[in-house]
Ligand binder design. Structure first.
Ligand SMILES: CC(=O)SCCNC(=O)CCNC(=O)[C@H](O)C(C)(C)COP(=O)(O)OP(=O)(O)OC[C@H]1O[C@@H](n2cnc3c(N)ncnc32)[C@H](O)[C@@H]1OP(=O)(O)O
Ligand SMILES: N[C@@H](CCO)C(=O)O
Length: 343
């Protein structure tokens, strides 16, 4: 599906007090709104994904999948700060014509949700049937459901939290340290910080997977006699290269800082009060092996949102299970959407 671009108001106020001028949001849609206009599903993507949900969430979105464009009007928008089409540190600043790189204004998860709320208004979607997201996308979805409680009939969040944890912030800081240690990052030019980004992705993967996932997929054969170039080593390097080929360090830092700011309860009387404001019928899913967003955080969410259901994915993939365990996610969705009286 072609990508569309929505121009934000000329001056878009950010939570920090700064203003984003000349901002835009890239988005894609699939399927058609039905006559009742009650079949819209809006997907919020994670840290390094983009608006092409049929590409990065295969098995869940697409023909023959749980969310089939034949039945649903699917919307996915790229978040502010990301390098996939929305305004980012690499976008020209209207005032100077030059990208802002490290001087890009601080974004919060609330800002990311606010920009997509402006797009929802522009698209005339008075009600969204389902708002869905995992990880950073789950943080955005929660933030949005708190801010606009009447807009969403259902909320589905996976492997996320109400407030970013000290553990998560520490992982993000370690990754930013790796990027800042790359002298090219400070050059403020395209490709700056690529070597740091490579290391940052390798650090991040340790939090996305876990001991068992590495043991299962990256252990040498019992009779292997090598003394270097272990599979786990080449895997880490390969994953770093793969991200550098499709992402940039300035966006990565902007979005990891946004993730750190996530706190549903900020200026709202605390997390319990914020969760209590959610009106959508909610399904929260946790992943048994997730060390970054542990199941305790998912249970806290489900306990705090009125009537929420909790489901757990049994997976050895760790946090990345939200992208990979689509069969189990679809099974939980099937049960969630069965009309209450038929259960
Ligand atoms: C064009 C775009 O921008 S698309 C954007 C896609 N990405 C996103 O949307 C972000 C979300 N996605 C992700 O984070 C990831 O894609 C995940 C978590 C869903 C899956 O990660 P993957 O890297 O695909 O899977 P996995 O961890 O199993 O690694 C497989 C890759 O590592 C390679 N690999 C596996 N073991 C090793 C090793 N020991 N040494 C070197 N390479 C290895 C495989 O050959 C494979 O390579 P390929 O991706 O070129 O086919
Ligand atoms: N693997 C995810 C980040 C973890 O949520 C991504 O690259 O977007």
């Amino acid at each position: 599906m072609p990508e569309h671009f929505f121009q934000l108001p000329e001056s878009f106020p950010l939570e920090s007090g700064a203003e984003l001028t000349g901002g835009q949001v890239a988005y894609r849609t699939w399927g058609q709104l039905n006559a009742a206009r009650d079949n819209a599903v809006w997907v919020c993507h994670a840290l390094t994904a983009n608006a092409d949900v049929l590409d990065w969430w295969p098995g869940l979105f697409g023909p023959g999948c749980f969310f089939d464009p034949a039945d649903w009007f699917i919307v996915c928008a790229n978040v502010l700060g990301s390098c996939y089409g929305s305004t980012s540190p690499l976008s020209p600043d209207p005032a100077t014509g030059r990208p802002r790189y490290q001087d890009f204004p601080l974004l919060t998860i609330r800002d990311l949700a606010g920009a997509h709320e402006a797009l929802r208004q522009e698209l005339g979607l008075a009600r969204i049937h389902t708002l869905m997201g995992g990880s950073l996308g789950g943080q955005q979805a929660l933030e949005w459901a708190v801010a606009q409680p009447e807009a969403f009939d259902h909320l589905v969040v996976i492997a996320t939290n109400a407030r970013h944890s000290a553990w998560g912030i520490a992982f993000n800081e370690a990754q930013r340290l790796a990027i800042e240690a790359d002298p090219t990052y400070h050059a403020n030019e395209p490709g700056g910080g690529d070597e740091g980004l490579r290391a940052a992705r390798a650090i991040a993967l340790l939090s996305y997977r876990g001991y068992d996932a590495y043991a299962a997929t990256q252990t040498e054969a019992p009779d292997d006699t090598r003394l270097r170039d272990y599979r786990a080593s080449t895997y880490q390097r390969y994953q770093g290269d793969k991200l550098v080929a499709r992402f940039d360090a300035y966006s990565y830092v902007a979005l990891s800082r946004a993730m750190d700011t996530h706190h549903l309860g900020r200026h709202r009387g605390g997390v319990p009060a914020a969760l209590a404001a959610i009106r959508a019928r909610t399904l929260v899913m946790g992943i048994s092996s997730d060390v970054l967003f542990p199941v305790s955080e998912q249970r806290e969410l489900a306990q705090g949102i009125a009537g929420a259901r909790y489901g757990e994915l049994e997976s050895g993939f760790g946090h990345d299970g939200f992208l990979l365990e689509t069969v189990q996610i679809a099974q939980h969705l099937e049960r969630f959407y069965v009309p209450v009286l038929a259960q």
